[in-house]
Design a protein around this ligand. Structure first.
Ligand SMILES: *Cc1c(COP(=O)(O)O)cnc(C)c1O
Length: 387
C-alpha cells in the first residue's frame, strides 16, 4: 500500500502555543528586535542544558563564526573538524581566512575519530571542532584530553543536539563554546536561530562581537535610564536574534520534553522494524550517552541490493516517502576539493558512509502511522531489490 500523501522529511512541529506567542510580540509592538523574549530564551535555555552562560543568535552558523573569532582563528591558523557535516561548520573558519583540516569518521558511529584528529593536529591548530552528528555526542573526554595536551580550544557543533547527554551532563554544559541551531528542520525551531553556550567570559566576548562590537547591547541602551553612549571595541557582526523568533523558540523549548517523546516514538518503531532487516545497518549509539536523534540515518548494505543509494531514494520518493542525505562530505564539495586538493580516498570512511547513507523522515510531527508507512516502504524496496 502506497501512502496517499507525500510524507515530508522533517516538518516543524508547531502548535497553537507558538502562534499565540508570536502574535503577542506583534500585538505588543514594543520589541521586535532583541528584547525581553530574547533574554528570557537565553535564561531558560541556559537552565535547560545547565550551561554556564548562553547567547541567543540568529543562527548556529553565527555561533560557530563567533566562536572561531573568539579563539583567534585567522590566516595561518587551523581548525580540525569532520568531513561528515554541514558546510557551515568549516565555512566559518574560511570566512576568517583560517585553514580547515579534516579528521575522518568512525564507520560504526559516524562520529569524528579522535585518533584521526590527533594526526591532523599541527603547531598551527587553534580549534578542535567536533560535530555531534545526528545528535549523538562525540568522545569528548578523549577530544578534550587531546586539546589540553596540544593547548588548543574545543568548540562543539551541537546543531543536532537537543536534548543530548554524556552521562548526566547535557551537551551545552561543558567548558567549550557550543553552538546550537533552531533552523526550521532542527529538533526545536525559531524559524532561523541559534544559541551559543559556554564559560561566561568567552560568551561575553562573543556577545560583544555579535552586535557590531558595541560595548553595550542595544537592549540596555534603549531601556528607561539606559545611557546612549557606547564604544565600538571591534568591527563586530550583526548576529542578534529577533524577539519574534525568540518567542517561537521559547515556546518550542518549553515543549522540548513532549517533542522529544514524540520523536522517540518514531525512533523506537524504526529501531524495532529494522533490527532484522539485513539490507541495511544502523549507526551504533555509544554506551553512556543519550542521542537527541535529530536524524535517523540508515546505511545500506549495497552488496545485498541490486540498486544504488540514489535509486533507493527514488524508490522511497515513488512511495511518497521524503528522505535526505546527511551529508555529502566536505572533501567532495568543489570549493574544498579544489582548495585543498582532496580526493574521495583521502577520507575513506566518510566517503564509504556517504555512498550508502539515507536519512529517513523523522520529526516530532510524525505519527506512529507515518512511521509504519516508512517501514512498509523500506520493506517493500528490500523485497523487490534484494540481491
Ligand atoms: C544546521 C546545521 C548548522 C547550521 O545551523 P544554522 O542555524 O542553519 O546556521 C551547522 N552545523 C550542522 C551540523 C547543522 O546541521
Amino acid at each position: 500500500m502506497i501512502r496517499s500523501s507525500f510524507l515530508s522529511f522533517s516538518p516543524p512541529a508547531l502548535s497553537a502555543a507558538e502562534e499565540q506567542a508570536v502574535l503577542e510580540v506583534v500585538r505588543e509592538g514594543t520589541w521586535l528586535s532583541s528584547g525581553p523574549r530574547t533574554k528570557q530564551f537565553e535564561q531558560e535555555f541556559q537552565a535547560r542544558v545547565d550551561a554556564q552562560a548562553a547567547l541567543a543568535l540568529n543562527s548556529c552558523t553565527a555561533g560557530l563564526h563567533l566562536a572561531m573569532a573568539v579563539h583567534g582563528v585567522g590566516p595561518g591558523r587551523e581548525i580540525v573538524t569532520t568531513p561528515l557535516t554541514f558546510c557551515a561548520t568549516a565555512n566559518v573558519a574560511e570566512h576568517l581566512g583560517g585553514t580547515v583540516r579534516l579528521a575522518d569518521i568512525d564507520r560504526e558511529t559516524l562520529l569524528i575519530d579522535p585518533k584521526q584528529m590527533e594526526r591532523a593536529l599541527t603547531k598551527n591548530t587553534r580549534v578542535l571542532l567536533p560535530v555531534h552528528y545526528a545528535g549523538q555526542p562525540c568522545e569528548m573526554e578523549t577530544i578534550e584530553r587531546l586539546a589540553r595536551a596540544a593547548d588548543v580550544a574545543v568548540v562543539e557543533d551541537a546543531a543536532h543536539c537537543l536534548p543530548s547527554l554524556i552521562g548526566e551532563r547535557w551537551i551545552g554544559n561543558s567548558n567549550n563554546l557550543t553552538a546550537f541551531s533552531f533552523y526550521a528542520t532542527k529538533n526545536i525551531t525559531s524559524g532561523e536561530g541559534g544559541m551559543l553556550t559556554g564559560p561566561a567570559e568567552l560568551v561575553d566576548r562573543a556577545r560583544v562581537l555579535a552586535l557590531h562590537g558595541m560595548s553595550r547591547a542595544a537592549w540596555d541602551r534603549f531601556k528607561k535610564g539606559g545611557a546612549w553612549q557606547y564604544d565600538v571595541e571591534a568591527p563586530g557582526y550583526k548576529y542578534n536574534l529577533t524577539d519574534i523568533a525568540a518567542a517561537l523558540g521559547l515556546t518550542q523549548l518549553r515543549r522540548l520534553d513532549e517533542l522529544y517523546a514524540a520523536r522517540m516514538n518514531v525512533v523506537r518503531a524504526y529501531n524495532e522494524a529494522f533490527s532484522d532487516l539485513n539490507i541495511l545497518r544502523l549507526p551504533r549509539v555509544r554506551e553512556g550517552v543519550q542521542s537527541s536523534h535529530h536524524l535517523y540515518v540508515i546505511l545500506l548494505e549495497l552488496d545485498r541490493l541490486t540498486i544504488t543509494r540514489d535509486q533507493f531514494i527514488n524508490e522511497l520518493t515513488e512511495r511518497n516517502i521524503g528522505s535526505s542525505v546527511h551529508y555529502r562530505p566536505l572533501h567532495l564539495m568543489s570549493y574544498y576539493a579544489k582548495k585543498y586538493g582532496w580526493t574521495p580516498a583521502d577520507f575513506p570512511n566518510a566517503t564509504w558512509a556517504f555512498e550508502r547513507m539515507v536519512s529517513l523522515p523523522l520529526s516530532s510531527k510524525m505519527s506512529v502511522t507515518d512511521a509504519h508507512d516508512v517501514i512498509e516502504a523500506v520493506r517493500d524496496i528490500a523485497r523487490k531489490f534484494k540481491r
